[in-house]
Design a protein around this ligand. Structure first.
Ligand code: ACM
Length: 267
């Protein structure tokens, strides 16, 4: 199964340009599952809630979603992407899974970071796992989490316990720890993780944020299969065997799921 990430610099407030850049970067690429950064349609640094009104889109009718559907259909591939989503009069920091037949599933970020709490409604349901199949792979279960969700190990654990073999992780990381921490999320759950981070700055009036790049793909054995640069737009696509993530045995005597001592965790 060919899986990967696309690392780029979304331009704030310019979904058309962001769509064109993604199309251009993917034009000669083949993959089964590719992950794009968080808020890939809108950019990150909002200064006013009215901006969400202009930039957030409805999953069914939005132009960014419709462009991703076209790409997935033409490449017979799946894409997971961050999306500034509107639903009714609410805005969500969402991740969408787009399938080759155009069907879309949505996860809404449950752990909002800093000012995101001013703009977005937090997701109100447990992250789900979706089964996908394609030409080169059958019945692979994938889950989605978004950026700061990494700080709460329960998110990846929940997805792994629900059967996720691959955790797709659209991100706009502003701290430097996550790319290293995803090693642990992958290892402790014996899953593949794909963190697609963005690069560059968002500069808005008197505010500025720098995003740390270094997108990463980690295997269930804690191997870094890809690690991007800090500051370049790039794509990494790597061949994986997702069935490796079905085996939760660390050795003959330790199974990382059945060895859990839930009675002592008091959660
Ligand atoms: C983040 O959750 N975008 C830092």
């Amino acid at each position: 199964m060919k899986t990967g990430y696309l690392q780029f610099k979304p331009e704030f407030g310019n979904p058309d340009k962001n769509i064109s850049r993604i199309k251009e970067m993917l034009s000669d690429k083949e993959f089964d599952l590719l992950v794009l950064p968080e808020l890939a349609n809108s950019g990150y640094l909002f200064i006013d809630k009215s901006e969400l009104n202009d930039l957030a889109e409805d999953v069914e009718t939005g132009k960014f979603c419709s462009a991703l559907k076209e790409i997935c259909s033409s490449k017979n591939a799946h894409i997971v992407s961050g999306l500034c989503e509107r639903s009714g009069d609410r805005f969500y920091n969402s991740s969408i899974l787009v399938r080759p037949d155009g069907k879309i599933s949505v996860y809404r970020k449950i752990h909002l970071f800093d000012e995101e709490k001013l703009w977005f409604t937090p997701g109100y349901s447990s992250p789900e796992v979706y089964e996908i199949s394609g030409e080169n792979f059958q019945k692979v279960k994938i889950g989605m989490m978004i950026c700061f969700d990494w700080f709460f190990p329960e998110t990846a654990r929940t997805l792994a316990l629900k059967g996720a073999q691959i955790i797709c992780h659209p991100s706009n990381l502003v701290m430097a720890y996550c790319q290293t921490a995803m090693f642990t999320r992958a290892l402790e759950n014996r899953v593949f993780t794909i963190t697609a981070n963005r690069i560059g700055y968002d500069v808005r009036e008197n505010k500025e944020l720098f995003f740390t790049g270094e997108s990463v793909i980690v295997s269930p054995k804690g191997e870094y299969l890809c690690r991007g640069s800090k500051d370049k737009e790039e794509i990494c696509i790597t061949e994986i065997d997702p069935d490796i993530a079905l085996n939760k045995n660390l050795n003959d005597r330790n199974n990382i799921f059945t060895d859990r001592k839930k009675e002592f965790y008091n959660l």
